[in-house]
Design a protein around this ligand. Structure first.
Ligand code: ADP
Ligand code: MG
Length: 357
């Protein structure tokens, strides 16, 4: 196991990049602590696979260094980096049995057969594939092929890091949650550094202790699931995490405060900086319907199971509130209150208020 450091990393697939838009990774400085359970979360095309492939050595970055425990590995080939990588689509040997597929990464490293048998049995147990061990991989369903692929990634206990690149894409929905919790359990058992790449917030938040959120080739925030939910550093994180995402409402700054649709809004703390585009961010969970507050009109009510989402118009701006129990009718006049300690200011999309103490 090792601590992994990415230092001043940039990558362009173009031979002569001219501007930032030619870079799949713009400027990445990141430490992955030894033994951590990380998720790398971001929309399709934001550079997640590029980053993983640079860590594993499949790709040489245009600029920057990769260090394992302080040792520079930037010029090392993938097989010299001691890494396990699980891809979106299964990588297994069709002609081999499941047992031999799982054993392969160990045989390759000259691990004694007795130890191999032990590890294979352990991994097969964890993944619930014991009854398939003597089946040829060619005969497996896509789900099971991917499970074996994941097993191959997990079977060695001497790797620096295990990386999963959207491994549940081909897995049936009902199996997804099961494998997701399995992986979490597995991490707690083996304590290897794991990096789990996904565009799905649920997958990221259930698996990871630390989530690295990427947008457009840049890291916008690193934090625990709670930190990302409670205090998004960037409006993108506010939108991307949460269901529905954070309300981002344009405001006008004036004499140390802000107005939203003409109404003064109390913020969590002092405002930093000045100028630029300003908006307040408040999660729908912290907007309540109350007798006092901003006058609004209900535009839409959606029942989403445990609670409802009420969308109301304040002037020309739509605001969402998560409401438990009774909900107003469409078109009804209501008043909205924002919980002050959860009302943040964003300037040019970056947080610009100090947290309430
Ligand atoms: P993600 O895994 O987050 O979906 P990728 O790392 O695959 O994102 O891609 C990041 C950006 O780099 C995208 O704009 C994608 O089109 C581009 N890209 C990825 N692979 C290549 C490649 N082999 N050649 C050229 N462009 C690529
Ligand atoms: Mg990808």
């Amino acid at each position: 196991m090792a601590k992994i450091t990415l230092s001043n990393l940039r990558h362009s697939y173009s031979a002569n990049p001219s501007g930032p838009e030619d870079y799949a990774l713009k400027s990445i400085d990141l430490d992955w602590q030894d033994g951590g359970a990380y998720a790398l979360l971001g929309p399709s095309g934001c550079g997640k696979s590029t980053l993983l492939n640079i860590i594993s050595g499949l790709l040489v970055p245009s600029q920057g260094r990769i260090l394992f425990d302080g040792k520079d590995v930037t010029d090392l080939a993938p097989d010299q980096r001691n890494i396990a990588q699980v891809f979106q689509f299964p990588v297994i040997y069709d002609t081999m049995t499941v047992r031999n597929n799982l054993a392969f990464p160990l045989r390759n490293r000259g691990v004694p057969e007795a130890k191999i048998a032990e590890r294979v049995a352990e991994i097969a147990g964890m993944l619930d594939v014991e009854d398939m061990l003597d089946t040829r991989a060619a005969h497996l369903s896509p789900d099971n092929k991917q499970k074996i692929s994941m097993g191959r990634g997990l079977v060695r206990d001497d790797v620096n890091v295990v990386m999963f690149d959207e491994p549940l894409t081909v897995i049936d929905p009902h199996l997804k949650w099961k494998l997701r919790s399995k992986l979490k359990e597995l991490h707690q058992r083996v304590r290897a550094t794991m990096i789990y790449v996904t565009h799905d917030q649920t997958e990221a938040l259930t698996f990871a202790d630390q989530v690295v959120v990427m947008q457009d080739g840049e890291v916008v925030q690193i934090g625990t699931p709670v930190e990302l939910f409670e205090r998004p550093q960037h409006t993108f994180v506010g939108h991307f995490i949460g269901s529905p995402g954070m309300n981002v409402l344009p405001v006008v700054e004036e004499s140390g405060g802000v107005r939203f649709e003409g109404h003064p809004i109390a913020l969590e703390g002092a405002i930093a900086g000045q100028g630029g585009k300003t908006a307040i961010g408040i999660r729908p969970e912290f907007v309540t319907l109350s007798d006092a507050g901003l006058p609004a009109r209900v535009r839409k009510v959606s029942d989403v199971g445990r609670h409802s989402v009420v969308e109301a118009m304040v002037g020309d701006t739509s605001v969402k509130a998560v409401v438990e129990g009774e909900v107003p009718l469409q078109g009804a006049p209501v008043h909205l209150a924002f919980r002050q300690d959860q009302t943040r200011l964003y300037r040019n999309d970056w947080i610009a208020t100090e947290a309430a103490s």
